[in-house]
Design a protein around this ligand. Structure first.
Ligand code: ADP
Ligand code: MG
Length: 337
């Protein structure tokens, strides 16, 4: 597998700066998720790595070798898109063989490789089918088999799960996530769905308005978001203005223990719903809404000074009363300055 380096890429369309001096290195064999809201520049970044866009500034390198101006067909990248883009006048098997045929691989060898990949992706018995007769999930597997057939230097995926139903999506995320772990290919996985990226990727790059806000493992991004944007985009977070004074965290309506070694001063506290526990703690709140979600109960609550909190509880321990008292686990609080 190869290292992919995006080095200070800027891409402008007329007045729109779609990608603004983005740098990112994907290590050999790694899968990085590029996440962010619609229009933030994910697809443009991916298309620049594929060679469909030439950046106005910056470079793309594969294993240190500059490919910025190398045409897409010479980059040997595998592509998987939301629209499966399968060839409907060919069988599933022929679809997977297509790139190999283009590369003049002999018939027997390419059949063998296509069959192997179809088996790997659990659609081994579908080689002779017409792609239009397959379900969305099966078509997406064919798309992935076709992309992997050419043994790409780099695999690029752009919202490949869009349009699949929730249950299938969860299954494919796990399956394809493990597959990307096992096979030795460097991947860039674009999605607007942060939880999908958390399941499938080794690291996540959070994009906003053409630039990267933070790169880190799913745990780093979730537990230590670099700023308000990341805290809000990834998971549910409560953000509270607070003052740290000698080990205490003054939230206005209540004072709790501050995280260890937090210096004094005005801060923003990022507290995930699960950082609050229901006990005789100092934080008072009134439950305003409750949503039963099976695995947990989500509640919105309001503190006496008017701050809204999102809380979550195990259904068997969810409070029945309207008025609750809570503590905040100092080890699960993240401080922004
Ligand atoms: P994302 O994939 O994150 O939704 P895109 O990379 O598709 O974002 O788009 C980023 C920005 O660039 C958007 O404002 C989009 O409208 C603009 N854009 C993308 N491609 C083109 C294009 N070919 N021509 C003009 N504007 C474009
Ligand atoms: Mg896009």
């Amino acid at each position: 597998a190869e290292q992919v380096t995006i080095d200070n890429i800027t891409k402008q369309f007329d007045e729109t700066v779609a990608v603004d001096t983005v740098s990112l290195t994907v290590e050999p064999g790694e899968t990085i998720g590029l996440v962010g809201p619609s229009g933030c520049g994910k697809t443009t970044t991916l298309r620049t790595v594929a060679g469909f866009e030439t950046p106005n500034a910056g470079r793309v390198l594969f294993d240190g070798e500059e490919v910025t101006h190398v045409p897409p067909e010479q980059r040997n990248v595998g592509l998987v898109f939301q629209s499966y883009a399968l060839f409907n006048n060919m069988t599933v098997q022929e679809n997977v063989e297509f790139g190999l045929k283009m590369r003049d691989m002999p018939k027997e060898q390419r059949s063998e490789r296509a069959a192997e990949l179809l088996t790997l992706l659990d659609i081994g018995e579908m080689g002779n089918r017409d792609p239009t007769t397959l379900s969305g999930g099966q078509q997406q597997r064919v798309g992935l088999a076709r992309a992997l057939a050419i043994e790409p230097r780099v695999l690029l995926l752009d919202e490949p799960m869009t349009g699949l139903d929730a249950k299938l999506k969860t299954r494919l995320q796990q399956e394809i996530g493990s597959l990307l772990d096992e096979i030795d290919v460097t991947s860039l996985y674009v999605t607007h769905d942060q939880s999908e990226a958390m399941v499938m990727c080794d690291r996540i790059a959070v994009m906003n308005d053409g630039h990267i806000e933070q790169v880190g493992t799913p745990a780093e991004i979730y537990e230590a978001p670099a700023n308000n944007f990341v805290a809000d985009f990834v998971g549910t977070s409560n953000r509270l203005d607070a003052t740290i004074r000698n080990g205490t965290l003054d939230l206005g309506h209540a004072t709790v223990t501050a995280p260890a070694n937090a210096p004094n001063g005005s801060v923003t506290v990022v507290a995930r719903p699960e950082a609050f526990t229901l006990d005789e703690g100092p934080i008072e709140a009134t439950i305003e809404d409750r949503f039963y979600l099976g695995e947990h109960v989500r509640m919105t609550a309001r503190t006496p000074d008017g701050h809204e909190l999102t809380l979550r509880f195990d259904p068997t321990h969810a409070p029945e009363s309207r008025h609750v008292t809570l503590s905040l686990d100092p080890d699960r609080v993240h401080i922004l300055r």
